[in-house]
Design a protein. Structure first.
Length: 661
C-alpha cells in the first residue's frame, strides 16, 4: 500500500488502443509502431516514460524512450521485426534526478549557493547506485562522490549533466515511483506480402483452348510464367472442390442446366467429396502441390478459396443433418439473398446445438489446406458467419502458422467489415469498386489511411470480381479499365483483378445489373489473352512501377494534392526520407480530355522552388523539367487516362540539363 501511494503518475488516452485494448493493431514486419499517450502527475517534478514491448511468447521486456510533445502528450516508437504477436504497454515515473538537474541549472544561472543542493544530488545518485550493478554502479558512485567533494558552492561538475547519467537514471529508476499502464496491448505483425501484393484470379477449369474441354492444374501450371511475367505475385483460384449436381445452375445463373454445364464452383460437395477433396477433372493433390511449387519458382504464391457452404449433395448433408436448417416441410433451406436465390447451395446453420463439432470440422478444413502448404486464403462471405467463429478459427490457425494470410470477401456494411479486421482477417475487399468521383475517392482513402481503421484494416482494392462488373467498366471502355487499374494499384499497396476478364476489358453485362453476361462462374471460358484491345502491356508497366518504387508499397504514404478540375484526381506517394517521391494524376472521365493546375508542397518535400527538377513519367517513359510548386497538366484518355511521375529533385548539374533539353 505504501509503494502504491507513491505512484503519482497518470497514463491515459493511449493511442493506438483498439476498443479499450480488446483487439490488436496490425503492422507489417519491419515497420515501426508509433505510440502516443497523455502522461502527467500532480506537482512540478520532471516525468519520464518508456514503452515496454516484447514478443508475446517471451518474458523479457525491451524498452523504447518516450518524449514529451506538448500539453502532457508524449510520443515514442518501437520496431516489430518478427511475424506473430507483440505486446506493449507504458511505464511512467517521477524522475528526481531530472528534477534536480532542472532546478540546479536555474540556481546556477542566478549564481546561488548550491552547497546543500549538491548533497541532495549526491543522495539521489547514491540511491540509484544502490539499485545498479556493474559499470553502471561505478559511474553513479563516482558521480555522487564528486558532488559530495565539490568545493565550488556556486557551480556543479559538468558530468552531472551528461547523457550517460540521464540514461542510467532511467535504467535504475526507483520501482516504488514507477506506474505501469493497466493494460498490455497487442500488435499482430504480418509478413511482407500482407502489406504489398498483386493478386490475379482465374478459374482453373478455363485454362485450355480446347473446345469443350475442362482444364486441369497442369494447364494452370502452364500459365504460371505468363501471370508472373505480368507482374503479379498471388495466383488465386476459386473453389477447387467437387461441384454438386442437385439444382446445378446453368449459364447466367439459370435453373435450366444442360448435361455439359459445369455448375458454380461455390456449390461445394458431391459424391466425390467435400471441402477436403479436389474436383476430379482438375487433377490430384499431387498436381496441386506441383502447381504451388511452379508458382513459387516464378515468384508467385498460390491462394485458395474458403467458402463455408455446401451443395445439397455435400457429404455433410447426409452425415451431419444437424448442421443445416430444415424448413417446415422437411426440406433443407437453400441459400437466398432476396431477390437472389441460390438453389444449388445450402447454407450451414451456425446456430445449431451441435456447433462445437461443426467448428472443429471447419477449422480442420482450413488446417488441412495449410498442411498442404497453402498460406493464403480468400474467404467467401465471412460476414454471414458468426464473428466469434472467425476469431476462434483465425487465432488457432495463426498461433501455429502466423504467416497465413486471410482475405475477407465482405462487401457489406462498414462496421461489419471493420469488425472482421479486428477479429483477425489480414486484408479485406473494400468499397473502392464503387467510388467514382474525386470527393468519393479522397473521403474514402482518408478514412482508410488517416482514421482509426488505419491501425488494423489492410485494404485490398479490386476493380472487378467474377461477381461484380461495375457500371463504369461497362460503359467506359478500355480507358476505364486502364484508369481503374492505375487507381487500384497506386492508391492501395494491395490490389487484385479477376484476371482474363480484366486484361481483355470484358464489359458485357446483364441488363441493368452489375454482373457479367455469360459469367464464368457458370460456364467454362476460352480466353484469347492476346486478343486485340487487351491491356496486358499496361499491367506489366504498372506492376513493374509498383515493384521499383517503395513509395507504392505502403497504402499509408498517400496524400492528396490540389488540382483545379473535378475530373482529375491527383495524389502523392512518398517514402519517409523522400528518396522515392511519386505524383499520380488520373482522369476520371473516360471520354473527355481534361486539364488542371496541379499544386505541389515542394517545401514539405524539401524541393527548392527556385531550381528545376526532373519529372519522369513512368507509364510513357518520358522526362520533363519542372520548376516551382504549380504545373499545368492535360490528360487525354485517347492517349492515357493516367500519369505517374517520379520526381528527381537533385537535378542541379549542368550535364543533367543537357541530356533532357
Amino acid at each position: 500500500m505504501t509503494a502504491a501511494g507513491r505512484k503519482r503518475i497518470t497514463i491515459e488516452n493511449v493511442w493506438p488502443e483498439i476498443d479499450c485494448g480488446r483487439y490488436p493493431i496490425r503492422r507489417i514486419s519491419g515497420e515501426i509502431v508509433q505510440l502516443q499517450a497523455d502522461i502527467f502527475a500532480d506537482g512540478h517534478e520532471e516525468l519520464a516514460a518508456v514503452i515496454l514491448y516484447r514478443f508475446a511468447s517471451r518474458e523479457h521486456w525491451q524498452e523504447a524512450p518516450m518524449r514529451h510533445l506538448d500539453n502532457d502528450r508524449w510520443r515514442g516508437e518501437f520496431p516489430v521485426s518478427e511475424i506473430g504477436e507483440y505486446v506493449y504497454t507504458i511505464e511512467g515515473w517521477l524522475d528526481p534526478f531530472a528534477s534536480w538537474k532542472r532546478d540546479m541549472a536555474k540556481r546556477l544561472e542566478v549564481k546561488q549557493d548550491v552547497s546543500v543542493e549538491l548533497l541532495i544530488g549526491a543522495e539521489i545518485l547514491e540511491s540509484m547506485a544502490a539499485r545498479a550493478e556493474g559499470a553502471g554502479r561505478d559511474v553513479l558512485t563516482k558521480a555522487a562522490r564528486g558532488l559530495r567533494n565539490w568545493q565550488k558552492p556556486r557551480s556543479a561538475p559538468q558530468n552531472v549533466f551528461s547523457a550517460e547519467l540521464e540514461r542510467l537514471s532511467s535504467r535504475y529508476r526507483d520501482p516504488d515511483l514507477v506506474y505501469r499502464y493497466g493494460k498490455e496491448l497487442a500488435v499482430q505483425v504480418e509478413r511482407a506480402k500482407a502489406g504489398f501484393s498483386a493478386w490475379y484470379e482465374l478459374f482453373p477449369r478455363s485454362c485450355t483452348n480446347e473446345e469443350g474441354g475442362h482444364s486441369t492444374f497442369k494447364d494452370v501450371e502452364a500459365l504460371v510464367p505468363d501471370v508472373a511475367e505480368l507482374g503479379f505475385d498471388v495466383l488465386y483460384l476459386p473453389p477447387i472442390h467437387p461441384i454438386g449436381r442437385t439444382n446445378r445452375k446453368g449459364k447466367n445463373n439459370t435453373t435450366e442446366c444442360g448435361p455439359e454445364d459445369p455448375g458454380s464452383p461455390w456449390a461445394i460437395g458431391a459424391e466425390e467429396g467435400g471441402h477436403k477433396e479436389i474436383h476430379p477433372q482438375l487433377g490430384s493433390l499431387e498436381e496441386l502441390r506441383s502447381l504451388a511449387a511452379a508458382c513459387e519458382r516464378h515468384g508467385l504464391e498460390l491462394a485458395l478459396d474458403i467458402a463455408f457452404q455446401c451443395s445439397p449433395d455435400h457429404p455433410y448433408v447426409k452425415q451431419h443433418p444437424e448442421w443445416f436448417k430444415l424448413r417446415p416441410d422437411g426440406s433443407i433451406q437453400f441459400a437466398e439473398n432476396p431477390p437472389k436465390k441460390y438453389e444449388d447451395i445450402v447454407p450451414i446453420n451456425f446456430e445449431t446445438a451441435a456447433w462445437e463439432s461443426l467448428w472443429e470440422e471447419l477449422i480442420g478444413v482450413v488446417q488441412y489446406w495449410v498442411d498442404q502448404g497453402i498460406r493464403i486464403f480468400r474467404v467467401d462471405n465471412p460476414h454471414t458467419k458468426p464473428f466469434v467463429f472467425w476469431e476462434n478459427l483465425i487465432s488457432r490457425i495463426k498461433t501455429r502458422h502466423p504467416e497465413v494470410i486471410f482475405l475477407a470477401e465482405a462487401f457489406t456494411r462498414p462496421k461489419v467489415m471493420y469488425k472482421l479486421a479486428k477479429l483477425g482477417f489480414t486484408q479485406s475487399y473494400t468499397y473502392f469498386t464503387w467510388r467514382n468521383t474525386k470527393q468519393e475517392f479522397s473521403d474514402y482513402l482518408r478514412e482508410l489511411t488517416r482514421g482509426p481503421v488505419r491501425q488494423y484494416f489492410l485494404p485490398n482494392f479490386w476493380p472487378n470480381t467474377p461477381d461484380i462488373l461495375p457500371e463504369h467498366l461497362q460503359y467506359g471502355g478500355r480507358t476505364a479499365f486502364v484508369a481503374r487499374l492505375v487507381l487500384a494499384a497506386t492508391l492501395s499497396a494491395n490490389y487484385g483483378i479477376y484476371g482474363p476478364a480484366y486484361e481483355l476489358c470484358v464489359n458485357s453485362a446483364l441488363p441493368e445489373r452489375e454482373e457479367y453476361l455469360d459469367a464464368e462462374k457458370y460456364e467454362i471460358k476460352r480466353w484469347d489473352r492476346n486478343r486485340r484491345g487487351n491491356i496486358r502491356e499496361v499491367l506489366r508497366k504498372v506492376n513493374r512501377i509498383r515493384r521499383e518504387n517503395p513509395a507504392l508499397q505502403s497504402t499509408y504514404t498517400l496524400s492528396f494534392l490540389p488540382i483545379d478540375n473535378e475530373n482529375l484526381l491527383a495524389y502523392a506517394k512518398t517514402t519517409e526520407d523522400r528518396s522515392n517521391l511519386l505524383v499520380i494524376v488520373v482522369n476520371l472521365d473516360p471520354y473527355q480530355s481534361h486539364s488542371g493546375e496541379l499544386t505541389m508542397p515542394l517545401e514539405e518535400w524539401k524541393i527548392s522552388a527556385k531550381l528545376p527538377f526532373m519529372a519522369h513519367e513512368l507509364l510513357a517513359d518520358t522526362r520533363h523539367i519542372w520548376q516551382g510548386p504549380t504545373r499545368k497538366l492535360t490528360l487525354d484518355p485517347a492517349q492515357s487516362p493516367a500519369a505517374i511521375f517520379r520526381l528527381h529533385h537533385r537535378l542541379h548539374r549542368e550535364q543533367d540539363f543537357d541530356y533532357f533539353m
